[in-house]
Design a protein around this ligand. Sequence first.
Ligand code: MN
Length: 348
Amino acid sequence: MRDERVKMRELSGFPDLKSTRVQLNELREIFSSEDRLLTLIKPDPDSIASSLALKTLLLKSIKYATTAYVGEITRQENIALIKLLSIPMERIEEIDLSEFNRTAILDGQPTHFEILENHHFDVIIDHHPITKGYSASFKDIRPSYGSTSTIMTEYLNAARIKPTTRLSTALLYGIKTDTNNFERDTRPEDVWAFRYLFPRANKNVLRKIELSEFSPEILNYFKMAFERMKVFKDKIFVHMGEIDNPDVCVQLADFLLRVNNISSTVVSSVVDDNLVIILRSDGYRKDTGKMASKLFGDLGNAGGHRSAARAEIPLGNLRKRIRGLTEEAIEKWIFRRIKGYRTDQIPA
Ligand SMILES: [Mn+2]
């Protein structure tokens, strides 16, 4: 009978709120009324919404909570999200760390943040693959989930807190972006959270945010990409050369994946002193995370989910392999590796 109920719950996609309730209690036990919490995020819709949810969850148990972001907010939708929902956030550079006695990371793990190395974090809530080499008092990492916003929605529900329109809109958008509107890495729990938030969210604001996707400047990059792209069997590859911000590569990789008969896209660029490679696939036959680590893991950080992955290689690691490190030579080198992937004969 009990097994039957568990099975029914799984089929209906209804989350295991009982265990989330236990975790919620553990989470709250860490905090006391005088605590000042600093939450670190890399700003994207999922992490921004999650930080708003954590604040709401802990509102009554701590003194105050501040969200600080690492990196730049450049994507148009993020700017629109923050503006339209007036979400307060500060740059990490402007934060006085001594003001806080508790720290959290949402939608990421300390290994993704070079800042505060060897720091003991109080709270980590995330849906990325589990990484090792850090300590935290409270950890809730669910790599199979489509978004951290889904996990946070479960926490709010477990805490019996009805999210406001603002919070619901932010979380809904977090789920939509991270699952690419349920096209990738989605679980029934994500759908459940979506349904839970949907009637509470402001759909007009959401539409306005979603229609802010492309900046006028990005169209020039699209033009460049169309001219440079190379098609190999079911893959599209573009090397964008040196650019300021790899976000444009993410948008390009997502966009090009919509081409008929293309099952994966690879868009690379040189940002500062790193070769940044964005990979996307339909996830139908190939695991993109595995593809990324097989193709580039020997030279830098590489990995991700079944349909979305990323690699970052310090240019210094390529000096011996790519003569002169010219744009053309880098492009050739990546393209050669991609071509070798299917046959498993990945060239050096
Ligand atoms: Mn996320």
